[in-house]
Design a protein around this ligand. Structure first.
Ligand SMILES: [Zn+2]
Ligand SMILES: [Zn+2]
Length: 193
């Protein structure tokens, strides 16, 4: 599959979600990107109906949320992780700004989703999350706002997939819908509808 692994469709609240989902899906379709995440930040969970809007355009929807979590209780910094292929219900154990990656893992194992560290700002951040995640973003469509200064010294994490995250914020026209990640078709296992 060719996956747009990072996109946001809930920016201005409830009114235009489906339209933003369709715009992102068309952006994928014209680029031969076959699969697209549907969701946004925090506790918003895309409905089956919104997922179906993407399906109608000919792109396979995968439900996701970008969560604000820490590596451990000792860490002050909050990182963003994409939780990809989740069921149509609230994410267990997630509390904004409180949750750690260890607390999220039982849920992730239970539902069989994949976790990708979004726009890491340092090798240290990747290293802290590495035992708990499936991949991290090597590039991000909003990277001009961020500084991953030590990328040249990036070590090889043999167990982690490198992602190219569009971070497409449809309602702002920000991010880069040209970014996608090529993955085996069965990488997520069975997809939630
Ligand atoms: Zn983010
Ligand atoms: Zn994002």
């Amino acid at each position: 599959m060719r996956l747009m692994s990072h996109a946001h469709i809930n920016g201005n609240g409830t009114q235009f979600r489906d339209e933003y989902a369709r715009i992102a899906a068309r952006a994928c379709k014209t680029r031969n990107i076959t699969h697209m995440v549907v969701g946004c930040h925090g506790s918003y969970i895309a409905s089956r109906a919104t997922m179906d809007e993407v399906r109608k355009i000919g792109v396979v929807p995968i439900r996701f949320a970008e969560l604000n979590i820490r590596a451990s209780k000792q860490h002050k910094r909050h990182s963003h992780v994409a939780v990809i292929n989740i069921p149509n219900k609230k994410i267990e154990r997630y509390q904004k700004n409180e949750t750690t990656i260890q607390e999220l893992l039982p849920y992730a194992k239970d539902v069989g989703c994949r976790i990708v560290l979004c726009h890491p700002s340092s090798i240290r951040e990747i290293t802290e999350f590495a035992p708990y995640i499936d991949g991290y973003e090597l590039t991000n469509g909003e990277d001009s706002n961020r500084n991953f200064t030590d990328r040249n010294a990036l070590p090889y994490f043999p167990d982690l997939v490198q992602f190219h995250g569009a971070d497409y914020h449809v309602w702002k026209g920000k991010g880069d819908p040209n970014l996608f990640t090529e993955l085996p078709d069965d990488w997520f296992g069975e997809l939630y509808k």
